[in-house]
Design a protein around this ligand. Sequence first.
Ligand code: NAP
Length: 312
Amino acid sequence: MTATLVIGPYSDSDHAALKEAFDPVFLDHPADLSGFDRATCEAFTALAYKGHHAVGAAEMDLLPNLALIANYGVGYDAIDVVAASERGITVTNTPDVLNDDVADLAVAMLLMQGREMAQASEWARSGNWKSRGEYRLNRKVSGGRAGIVGLGRIGREIADRLAAFKMDIHYFARSEKTTPGWTYHADPVSLAQAVDYLVIALVGGPDTENFVSKEVIDALGPRGVVVNISRGSTVDESALLNALEEGRIAGAALDVFLNEPDIDPRFYKLETVVIQPHQGSGTVETRAAMGQLQRDNVAAHHAGQPVLTAVN
Ligand code: NAP
């Protein structure tokens, strides 16, 4: 009996690589675990997980010999790490290999929002360019003031890119970092007051829920743009929607939402919002690297070696 269980929607190439490496049992969803008998459950020592459905104490208790949950993705907020630690289960993620893609998307969304690229493209495609003339003037992005909420691995890559756009860089983190002249803010309201673009790169999970609160959004002001590549949970989404609908901030550029993919339809009505379908790390190259790092963690575990990227 195989020792590896794989849960989640994998690409064909990741599915084939997992099959070749571990000859695992594949499931689509954590809820499918209830279909296994006790002996099958007892055989699994490693779980390769991909997805946003919760993996908590109940799922872990169905797998009494589980010692590793190798998450596909750097964000592991779907996994109850406290419950895993209590059961002696190591959790791993896939950090760093996706930093460039997520930072690229954040900057692209920011430019797309300011330069109204979706609307301008539609102006040309619809024939308006030919029949009605030039597209309306929009907003200069280079040289603005950017605030990064969470200067971690991805936040720093975003800041580096925006600095190359001649932006004045401000940031919030729980402690001041060594940076090339960027301005530290110990609270997010002070950060929002100082900038035009607020880019959120926090971890998800209960500790950062609604971290970008109504007060933070209000502090951003009418020229303010919220960019979120972290998790929908880090922003008070209803406060954000109200501010956007009432024109109290200039716009938003969002890759992540509450209740993905069934997002609040109020977003679709707002021309000032750029919407991306949670595709920050979604390139062929980066997804391959994430899959490899996940498999490397599972292989290390089975070989009795230290895993590469433990989070607990
Ligand atoms: P990271 O290096 O761990 O950075 C996380 C940041 O969150 C750090 O600045 C950290 O602050 C801050 N933070 C953690 N706990 C906090 C708390 N309780 N209160 C306030 N701040 C807190 O993580 P990363 O690799 O940059 O990834 C960040 C997140 O991006 C992931 O967790 C994931 O949710 C998201 N992500 C999204 C996509 C996408 O497709 N859109 C792709 C990959 C990742 P300190 O510096 O003070 O510790």
